[in-house]
Design a protein around this ligand. Structure first.
Ligand code: C5P
Length: 288
């Protein structure tokens, strides 16, 4: 059996540029992998099975990892099967790309298990069919995402930095969040460039000043628990607080250990995680 880490992402900056003719929205975003990860155990089996004990996460075909496995098997006429057990650590429907991370890890793990010989570029292309942020979850690290989020350009960074994630107990449906943005009279369109310069130079304070997300105001307006959490966090950490994706997760750039303790104390109903950013999306954990 092989074990794989499927890392979560945050969006350090997210500009929903506007709606497109195909029903998607044009994005400009900086994706950042973080150490928080699901663990996938992958082994040979007859047929395809995906199991996950976490509440609200579907087993079987409803799971993106199952769809990734089925797609690979069909396209490359694979006779073998697989059993994928997902140990869920990334909160679901939180804007952290949890389901997408599992699909990305399934693509990478099954390329290995079934000896398909696909390159990273091949996997990124296949990933785009599974969802707009699955390609980034395969690529990992730090990337500028454009198009519907699937067109990736790596962003040079001076290194890893501390980051915290606070998740209020609210599940946000992504399509509804896009509708809220479309109705919002004064959407924020954060500039990507200052964040790219700060990442390159390692000036984490400048990075903290450069974060922003078009979704934040419209989504927080409809979800008081997110608005309250944002206000509480900003009372503790003055800069570098930004909602990730369509929420409800809130990222905190470069917090001190004391601030992380304070966040956990002040937000007892929230999931609070602190760690480092990561340079990879999917990686092999161990083989036994
Ligand atoms: O691509 P994905 O399956 O993650 O998208 C889910 C939904 O989110 C889409 O059906 C669409 O309503 C919305 N979406 C969007 N623009 C994007 C990405 C997603 O409008 N760039």
């Amino acid at each position: 059996m092989t074990k794989w880490l499927a890392r979560a992402k945050v969006n350090l900056v997210l500009d929903v540029v506007g709606p497109r003719a195909d029903g998607y929205h044009e994005l400009r975003t900086i994706f950042q992998s973080i150490e928080l990860a699901d663990v996938l155990s992958v082994e040979p089996a007859d047929g395809i099975a995906v199991v996950c004990a976490a509440p609200g996460v579907p087993d079987g075909p409803g799971n993106l990892a199952f769809r990734a496995a089925a797609r690979l098997r069909e396209q490359f006429k694979v006779d073998a099967g697989c059993r994928i057990a997902i140990e869920k650590r990334i909160p679901a429907a939180a804007g952290l790309g949890g389901g997408s991370a599992d699909a990305a890890a399934a693509l990478v793990a099954l390329n290995d298990l079934w000896g398909l010989g696909l390159t990273s570029a091949d996997l990124v292309t296949l990933a785009a069919e599974m969802g707009s942020d699955v390609p980034f979850m395969v690529a990992g690290g730090t990337c500028l995402g454009t198009g519907r989020g699937e067109l990736l350009t790596p962003v040079a960074t001076a290194g890893r930095f501390p980051i915290a994630v606070v998740v209020p107990p609210v599940a946000v449906a992504t399509p509804a969040a896009y509708q809220a943005v479309d109705r919002w009279p004064t959407p924020l369109h954060p500039d990507i460039e200052p964040a790219i310069a700060a990442l390159r130079s390692g000036r984490w304070r400048d990075l903290a000043a450069a974060v922003g997300n078009t979704f934040e105001a419209p989504v927080a307006a409809g979800e008081p628990r997110i608005a309250e959490a944002l206000a509480t966090i900003r009372g503790i950490v003055r800069q570098g607080v930004v909602m990730s994706g369509s929420g409800s997760a809130i990222a905190v750039i470069n917090p001190s250990p004391g601030q992380v303790e304070e966040l956990a104390r002040a937000l007892p109903d929230c999931f609070v995680w602190a760690g480092l950013t990561a340079c990879a999306g999917v990686s092999r954990l161990a083989t036994n």
